[in-house]
Design a protein around this ligand. Structure first.
Ligand SMILES: [Mn+2]
Length: 375
């Protein structure tokens, strides 16, 4: 039986207001082609179907079409919710879908959902935090669940895994090996506090499973062994992923250790262009999704307008000159309640690497004053 593992579709995602709609439609069609060509019988998607808990109508319709097409090919579909999904919304119609071999699991009530096909048992675990289990146990017992690792132990203790069968787990969790965290990237939006060791599950807990299909981390990678894997996102969702190869995992239950990664070619590539304004404007035009890192020391007035004429999908621009070797004045944290005058002050300092002179300061004050009067 051939199985495809993908995850973290994040349908409806934007990056700097650039929509990935066409890219996502394209890549879902690519996945459908793979399913057809490789005679895939089961598609597993462990979480983050949508980017937002209230998905846009376009995102819902795109997913609806994807499920319908898979279903027409007689494929069994296994889905669990991720931290980006709304459990209630994702579970819409799931009881009816069940009859059509579309299994969507968004909650846990003390036993993992198990789907059996031939000699394979699939266990479906939605995204969970310890507090999701609170209603399932006595207070004393709950007090002992200090972190996600304890939670996973508790969950697995309640299961009888039949070792005479092949067992596959779907989970949307942070799994680590030997104290080593998975390699992350910018699009996951998992905050540092959430990913400390407190939240990670030790991969050794999962030894009973022949394959573990993971979601949550967006960079494709194995954890400890070939058969515990993050498939990664089907598309690059941040500029930190420009050098990542995106893929789906194909496995065959006849030889489950022999997994295959099938690279996905996106509709639009993504790249970071770095150089002076002049150097960049001399490069050949491209439709790629582009971030520009300008090395110019001198201020350039509205460079983006000109850059967009050559690179129509340029969506981000930062200065990385000697005053700001870390780049990205945009990415620095700003005080929410700063006045326009304060904002200008810090903007000027970041752009020029020095504070304003008294003369400049007085000038900007007078500009702000006159703006106020106009109001
Ligand atoms: Mn995700």
């Amino acid at each position: 039986m051939k199985i495809l593992h993908t995850s973290d579709l994040h349908l409806g995602k934007n990056l700097s207001e650039e929509s990935f709609y066409e890219d996502q439609k394209y890549i879902l069609d690519e996945i459908l082609n793979i399913v057809k060509e490789r005679a895939i019988k089961v598609v597993m998607i462990p979480g983050d179907i949508y980017d937002k808990s209230i998905p846009s109508s376009e995102a819902s319709m795109m997913f609806d079409k994807f499920l319908t097409n898979l279903s027409k090919m007689n494929v069994t579909i296994l889905i669990t919710s991720g931290n980006h999904d709304s459990n209630e919304r994702l579970s819409f119609g799931s009881k009816i879908f069940h009859e059509l071999n579309i299994h969507i699991v968004t909650s846990y009530e003390g036993q993992m959902e198990k789907i059996s096909m031939d000699d394979v048992n699939f266990y479906l675990l939605p995204f969970l935090k310890p507090f999701h289990l609170k209603h399932l146990m006595e207070e004393k017992e709950y007090e002992k669940i200090k972190n996600s690792n304890d939670m996973m132990k508790w969950i697995l203790n309640r299961e009888k895994i039949d070792k005479s069968k092949k067992n596959i787990l779907l989970a949307h969790q942070f799994v680590m090996w030997n104290g080593k965290l998975p390699e992350q990237c910018d699009s996951e939006s998992i905050s540092i506090n959430n990913v400390g060791t407190l939240d990670a599950i030790d991969v050794n807990l999962l030894d009973d499973f022949d394959y573990v299909a993971l979601g949550h981390i967006h960079r494709p990678q194995k954890i400890k062994r070939e058969t515990v894997r993050y498939s990664g996102t089907p598309l690059r969702y941040s500029f930190s992923e420009v050098n990542d190869k995106k893929s789906v995992v194909i496995l065959d239950t006849d030889d489950i250790k022999n997994i295959e990664l099938l690279e996905l070619k996106p509709l639009r590539n993504m790249q970071v262009l770095r150089g002076t304004f002049e150097e960049i404007m001399n490069q050949k035009p491209s439709d790629d999704i582009i971030k520009v890192e300008l090395e110019d020391e001198n201020t350039i007035l509205s460079p983006m307008e000109e850059i967009k004429q050559r690179f129509k999908n340029a969506i981000s621009l930062v200065f990385v000159n000697k005053y700001d070797s870390n780049g990205a004045f945009q990415s620095k944290e700003r005080k929410e309640d700063a006045s326009p005058y304060e904002l200008f002050h810090s903007f000027f300092a970041e752009q020029n690497g020095r504070d304003m002179t008294q003369e400049e300061d007085e000038y900007i004050k007078s500009v702000m004053e006159s703006l106020k009067e106009d109001e």
